[in-house]
Design a protein around this ligand. Structure first.
Ligand code: FES
Ligand code: FES
Length: 167
């Protein structure tokens, strides 16, 4: 079994029933990924698997066999990711607990929009060019809850980065 996390092959889970979230936090001590509801409802545990967002609490670690997992620790390079800077600038957090999941989700969400994938509210399903309006971003990020109510700042931050990407 080969699970790659942030570019490094890691030891397999000690128990075949272990979730990816528990592998990351408890076995690998990568604690940026947070435990919220542990049942797929809040998005705090969002990571990227082969570049797509995934809820690590609902994913068995063994399901990541042969795949590449990225957590916030892997998104964070020598310099902050543009989304991290934008979250700071636009007050996209208060306690910060949901923030790693928000940023992982936003990274994948921007790639989904760039690839022309529609959301539930995209007006023209045939269009290859998605305009990321405030409403589009709100819908696309609706799986990531913020108990501090920083959603307006989160949307502002993502809008700012989406605007830079479109420019
Ligand atoms: Fe996974 Fe809430 S902890 S969705
Ligand atoms: Fe506190 Fe989102 S910043 S839960």
């Amino acid at each position: 079994m080969t699970i790659r996390v942030n570019g490094i092959d890691v030891p397999p889970p000690q128990d075949a029933r272990m979730s990816l979230l528990d592998l990351l936090r408890n076995q690998l001590h990568l604690t940026a990924t947070k435990v919220g509801c542990n049942q797929g409802a809040c998005g705090a545990c969002t990571v990227l698997i082969d570049g797509q967002r995934a809820l690590s609490c609902l994913t068995l670690a063994v399901q990541a066999d042969g795949r590449s997992v990225t957590t916030l620790e892997g998104i964070n390079g020598e310099n902050p990711h543009p989304l991290q800077s934008a979250f700071l600038e636009h007050d996209g957090f208060q306690c910060g607990y949901c923030t790693p999941g928000q940023i992982c989700a936003a990274v994948a969400m921007l790639a989904e929009a760039e690839a022309g994938l529609p959301s539930y509210i995209t007006p023209d399903l045939a269009s290859q060019r998605i305009t990321l309006s405030r409403e589009e971003i709100r819908e696309r990020m609706s799986g990531n809850l913020c108990r501090c109510g920083a959603h307006n700042g989160i949307i502002d931050a993502i809008l700012a980065v989406a605007g830079q990407a479109a420019a």
